[in-house]
Design a protein around this ligand. Structure first.
Ligand SMILES: *[C@@H]1O[C@H](CO)[C@@H](O)[C@H](O)[C@H]1NC(C)=O
Ligand SMILES: *[C@@H]1O[C@H](CO)[C@@H](O)[C@H](O)[C@H]1NC(C)=O
Ligand SMILES: *[C@@H]1O[C@H](CO)[C@@H](O)[C@H](O)[C@H]1NC(C)=O
Length: 306
């Protein structure tokens, strides 16, 4: 081969290889990734989510159920594999079963999985017994904030941290947590909510303590969603417009037909979220002593500075 041929080869071959690698490693681009923790036996809950709020989302929102395989339950494993092949929305995580075990590690596993498989702007961590007004969430987030955490805090003296059932992170904050897991003071045994209740005090981010949109156990905003024996005829039209008023409900009873709460409004174009920080909502109760729930985290009191 002539010199110029060799030269061309040297120039183009690496470029082609780089292109090929980029092509193979490119991740689908989405707006929101939703990670839903679910016990293997909760098929009925996953189906309720699939039938209702998950079906309202746009193609810009992707989700996965994260669960475990139960080595003892053969029959369950067969069913779970079948479900997984049918819906292609289940990921198996290598943890022992049980909600309370290694919660922080679970969170990081799920977040790493999401970051490795998708590019996204926001990440929501939630449970399988919830109702998320997912269209509303998409619209509210369309301002595309960076450095954001959205949740609902427990305003409890020295135990102030976000509720675990709804934790939304902008991708930059999530990536920071995942990439620095070895350098941060982080206890993989306790929940991400507790860890973040402590860590978030040192991050320069916007924390949205949403006391009006998030209906969870620090003080339910609605009654009817959380009671068995749910009776639709007793509800008023205003109750049925759950998503017009709220954003999220936890501990929704499985007999509730979530489909009827589908929202029916488009937000006015000038609508803005009113972001309230836990410094304002919890006041002096926005304090945490990290070792209260962790053997690893320090014995200090972190308070709000006004
Ligand atoms: C915190 O973040 C804001 C907005 O991103 C930035 O303007 C400010 O300089 C940051 N403050 C510090 C101390 O880094
Ligand atoms: C539901 O509520 C309505 C009105 O209060 C009542 O007439 C009806 O019997 C209730 N249905 C059930 C199944 O409890
Ligand atoms: C839904 O929207 C339609 C059309 O805007 C309106 O007539 C109807 O009252 C709304 N229903 C509810 C339950 O909000």
């Amino acid at each position: 081969m002539s010199y110029s041929c060799w030269r061309a080869l040297f120039i183009w071959l690496p470029l082609l290889l780089v292109l090929l690698v980029l092509l193979l490693s490119s991740r689908p681009r989405k707006f929101i990734f939703i990670a839903i923790g679910s016990a293997p036996e909760n098929r009925y809950r996953r189906d309720a989510c699939r039938r209702s709020w998950l079906s309202w989302r746009s193609s810009n929102v992707v989700y996965r159920f994260f669960t475990e395989r139960n080595p003892a339950g053969r029959e369950q494993t067969v069913l779970l594999n079948l479900e997984s092949q049918t819906f292609r929305d289940i990921e198996f995580q290598p943890f022992p079963q049980g909600r309370q075990v290694l919660q922080g590690a679970r969170f990081l596993y799920q977040a790493s999985w999401a970051l490795n498989h998708y590019e996204f702007d926001f990440y929501l961590k939630t449970d399988d017994d919830v109702l998320v007004c997912v269209q509303k969430l998409e619209r509210l987030l369309s301002e595309r904030r960076k450095k954001l955490f959205w949740g609902k805090y427990w305003c409890k003296q020295d135990r102030s941290y976000p509720d675990e059932s709804f934790m939304l992170f902008s991708a930059d904050v999530l990536r920071f947590l995942v990439q620095n897991r070895d350098f941060l003071l982080f206890d993989e045994e306790v929940s991400m909510a507790w860890n973040f209740g402590f860590l978030s005090r040192f991050l320069n981010i916007t924390i949205f303590d949403d006391r009006n949109g998030i209906d969870s156990q620090q003080g339910y905003l609605t009654e009817f969603l959380h009671q068995p024996g749910f009776n639709r005829t007793k509800l008023s039209a205003a109750d049925l417009c759950f998503c017009n008023r709220y954003l999220f409900a936890h501990h929704v009873h499985e007999t509730v037909d979530l489909g009827i709460f589908k929202e029916n409004l488009s937000l006015p174009s000038n609508y803005r979220m009113t972001i309230q920080s836990p410094v304002d909502t919890c006041g002096t109760k926005y304090s945490i002593i990290p070792c209260r729930k962790s053997r690893k985290l320090p014995q200090v009191q972190v308070r709000a500075i006004r």
